[in-house]
Design a protein around this ligand. Structure first.
Ligand SMILES: O=P(O)(O)OC[C@H]1O[C@](O)(CO)[C@@H](O)[C@@H]1O
Length: 354
């Protein structure tokens, strides 16, 4: 039987655990490259969910270790942008390995005699073949195009690359490295519990989610990537207007569209004063505000409290799961069959995937 999006979400815990066990082999080209030069600045080329995954991981590089990261949309990079001469390493992230814009951007970098790594779920794909080093996400491809397991696995691989670069540069002690790996393992193993809590939350608010007509997710720091992936996943599956915003950016224009038909999600790794202030301000203006947080229960029925403290930069690994489940459940409740392709000739006509 064909796997569903729900099957892939349920496989995340095991998939992340395997990645943690095997990343030294799967990401070996990174280690070999680091032996040739120290890396201080990385350029990531990615689009869609892969771009969102890079947003989730970037602050572990940057805020935690001081390793600079530029994330670029491949199409604009190819036609309008240049490589910063300070760039030490280029990683193209494409789960399918078939995104044409990412492939074209890789070729532009390589034409400058700069090597490009490809982080992909498909080591036999065109982008992987084009790469100077293949970094295997180590999950295999998903038969459902609306990736979930692959998204979480991409975030984890990028976090592990950050750790490898930091280790090479002497930015992390062996004790901190071991502690970080243990924390990532704990997070992977916490996913089944997150799924249970989310299922109870979805049952509680099912009627609301089914009739909602506009979804907005708001996050800060690494959680901006979670908000953006909520936008991507809801748009792809629920197929209603859905937006994902950085907290402060939402306050500069987007809030003005709010009305009584909006459902707002606030994404928090712990109690966050600025997020709470915006939530309190917006509550009377919209249909409902929900909070998805790693903090403990607070008796608010509109809060999904995962009660699993985690450092900010690892929080996306757990906080994305409720949005993946919401996307699956709301689309199912609306009778959308995700196994039926729509716009079936899109790639053939637009050639966005080869
Ligand atoms: O990571 P990839 O395979 O380059 O895909 C990027 C994006 O393209 C899509 O597959 C749509 O074509 C999205 O679902 C995905 O986020």
């Amino acid at each position: 039987m064909m796997s569903t999006m729900l099957d892939y979400i349920e496989q995340e815990s095991e998939a992340l655990t395997v990645i943690l066990q095997e990343y030294q082999q799967k990401l070996a080209p990174v280690k070999a490259y680091l032996e040739t030069r120290p890396v201080n600045k990385i350029m990531i080329l990615a689009t869609g969910s892969s771009y969102n995954a890079a947003l989730c991981a970037r602050y572990y590089f940057e805020e935690h270790f001081g390793i600079l990261v530029d994330i670029k949309e491949p199409y604009n990079f190819t036609y309008y942008e240049r490589v910063d001469p300070a760039t030490d390493m280029v990683i193209a992230v494409t789960q399918s390995g078939k995104s044409s814009s990412t492939l074209a951007a890789m070729k532009k970098v390589q034409a400058l005699s700069i090597p490009v790594f490809c982080l992909t779920s498909s080591p036999a794909s065109p982008a992987a073949k084009q790469a100077d080093g293949i970094l295997d996400i180590n999950t295999g491809l998903e038969s459902v195009g609306y990736v979930t397991r692959g998204f979480s696995a991409t975030v984890l691989n990028l976090l592990l690359i950050a750790l490898m670069v930091a280790e090479n540069r002497g930015l992390v002690t062996q004790a901190e490295r071991a502690e970080s790996l243990a924390s990532l393992k704990d997070a992977a193993q916490a996913i089944p519990g997150v799924i249970d809590k989310t299922n109870a939350f979805i049952i509680r608010h099912r009627q609301h989610f089914i009739q909602a007509s506009r979804f907005v997710a708001i996050g800060y720091g690494a959680l901006t990537g979670v908000a953006k992936e909520c936008e991507t996943k809801f748009t792809e599956t629920v197929r209603l207007p859905s937006g994902g915003f950085e907290l402060e950016a939402y306050m500069h224009g987007p809030y003005l569209e709010a009305n009584a038909s909006h459902t707002l999600f606030f994404i928090e790794d712990r109690p966050h004063a600025r997020s709470a202030a915006l939530r309190d301000y917006m509550r009377p203006a919209v249909d409902a505000v929900f909070t998805v947080t790693l903090a403990a229960e607070n008796n608010d029925e509109n809060t999904l409290a995962l009660d699993f403290p985690l450092t900010h930069n690892f929080a996306p690994l757990l906080l994305i799961v409720p949005f993946q489940l919401l996307a699956f459940n709301i689309s199912a409740a609306k009778g959308i069959d995700l196994s039926v392709r729509i716009f079936d000739d899109f790639d053939k006509v637009l050639k966005s995937k080869i």
